[in-house]
Design a protein around this ligand. Structure first.
Ligand SMILES: [Zn+2]
Length: 84
């Protein structure tokens, strides 16, 4: 990731005590995502206990067939499709 770049991601985590799904907003500004303490949200029926989450990136990719020829743009990615 570029320096100074910061994104907010929301992640659903299940409380290890009562099993309730809590939604947590992670502020990510580097490759390293610190562990953090989450309090099970009593407002949505949780148990109000603290637990630790250790967030990790998991990246998936969609795959498409390419019809015809493709070209690479200046930055290296496939920029447009050209019919043969
Ligand atoms: Zn809980």
């Amino acid at each position: 990731m570029k320096e100074g770049m910061s994104i907010n991601l929301s992640v659903n985590v299940r409380c290890p005590y009562c099993g309730l799904e809590n939604n947590v907003i992670l502020n990510i500004d580097s490759r390293f995502i610190p562990k953090q303490i989450v309090t099970c949200d009593i407002d949505i029926g949780g148990c109000d206990k603290d637990f630790v989450i250790d967030p990790r990136f998991k990246i998936t990719a969609d795959v498409y067939k390419i019809e015809g020829k493709y070209e690479y743009g200046k930055e290296g990615y496939v920029c447009r499709l050209k019919h043969v």
